[in-house]
Unconditional design. Structure first.
Length: 127
């Protein structure tokens, strides 16, 4: 088993005791991303649409640092403080992913770090 820590300045730095991602052989486990702007480590300004886009942009940066793309994700977990935003997640996700889409779960949660409204983590398989 070959293990490598993935790190990029194009995504927010870890705000705890974790890595942005860990690659084991050809599988990459991406830590949860909230809508932080990497340069400021502050939440992106704007509405829920802006937060969802920022999370996908952050995930994309980590995927690319690991040698992949969003479309290499096989499992995506979405955490929302308001499940009424689920249709918006679907709409925005369709602009980042091509079919076939990854397996996915959407979970309603009481709160997220830094008062974010959305967080996503993923598992990616590299070709």
């Amino acid at each position: 088993m070959k293990r490598k820590i993935i790190q990029t300045e194009r995504a927010p730095q870890a705000i705890g005791t974790y890595s942005q991602a860990v690659k084991v052989d050809n599988t990459v486990y991406l830590s949860g991303q909230i809508p932080l702007v990497p340069e400021t480590m502050e939440l992106v300004e704007g509405d829920m649409n802006a937060q969802i886009h920022r999370v996908f942009d952050n995930l994309q940066a980590v995927c690319q640092a690991a040698g992949g793309e969003l479309n290499d994700i096989v499992k995506l977990n979405v955490f929302l403080i308001d499940l009424n935003h689920f249709p918006l997640v679907n709409e925005v996700m369709a602009s980042y992913f091509n079919e076939p889409y990854p397996a996915r779960a959407a979970v309603g949660v009481a709160a997220l770090p830094k008062a974010a409204q959305v967080e996503m983590d993923a598992v990616m398989i590299l070709p």
